[in-house]
Design a protein around this ligand. Structure first.
Ligand code: FNR
Length: 185
């Protein structure tokens, strides 16, 4: 059956390089898959009172349903101060609750990080993996994807022009599809 992968982008910026990566991945969606970018910027900061008192914003339920319906997840994120941007961590927190009702559970995943600097978002990538362990998202170990100097990979129109980067993304997706298919038949 067709499998749906949700892509979560850790930047809300309109000219975000991570959004460009996500859009590029959508443009090369493997056969038999649907890749869709899941919006996270609309989610209020998680407050457990919402769930304890039944006062959660309506879009929490919508978001949780959206994540629940996915076969697999893919995170594309920048690094903020050597860690995961708050907006992405918040999305993980929202969909991990109410307690016992996490919608991340057992969905195979992978992480791509990028930076305009040389370290490629390594710190964010690995902090994100810690949270994914706890919410029980089996996360692909290899190939790792730390995209450094990302500004050099795209032209002004947002088109991926770096052939090396393109090759890495294609290899990454091949491995990701195999990973997903060991969990989702
Ligand atoms: C950054 N940036 C950054 N880069 C990095 O390699 N390590 C870091 O710790 C940080 N910290 C950081 C904090 C904050 C608050 C911002 C706004 C930025 C720079 C970052 O790589 C750059 O802004 C990217 O362009 C962000 O990704 P998007 O928005 O282009 O997807």
């Amino acid at each position: 059956a067709n499998k749906t992968v949700g892509i979560f982008v850790g930047s809300l910026r309109k000219d975000s390089f991570n959004k460009k990566i996500a859009n590029y991945l959508v443009s090369i969606t493997p056969e038999g898959y649907t890749f869709k970018i899941i919006e996270i910027g609309q989610l209020a900061f998680y407050n457990q009172d919402f769930d304890d008192e039944g006062t959660a914003p309506e879009n929490y339920a919508t978001f949780r349903e959206e994540v629940k319906a996915l076969d697999a997840v893919l995170f594309v994120t920048p690094e903020y101060n050597r860690s995961v941007p708050a907006v992405l961590k918040n999305a993980i927190d929202v969909a991990s609750r109410p307690y016992g009702k996490s919608v991340w559970d057992k969905k195979p995943g992978a992480v791509i990080s990028s930076s305009i600097g040389g370290i490629g978002g390594f710190g964010a990538n690995h902090h994100l993996r810690k949270s994914l362990v706890f919410v029980n998202v089996p996360t692909m170990a290899q190939p790792e994807m730390y995209c450094g100097n990302i500004a050099d990979s795209f032209d002004k129109e947002g088109k991926l022009t770096n052939k090396e980067t393109e090759k890495f993304f294609k290899g990454f997706l091949e491995a990701y599809v195999k990973w997903v298919e060991t969990f989702v038949k």
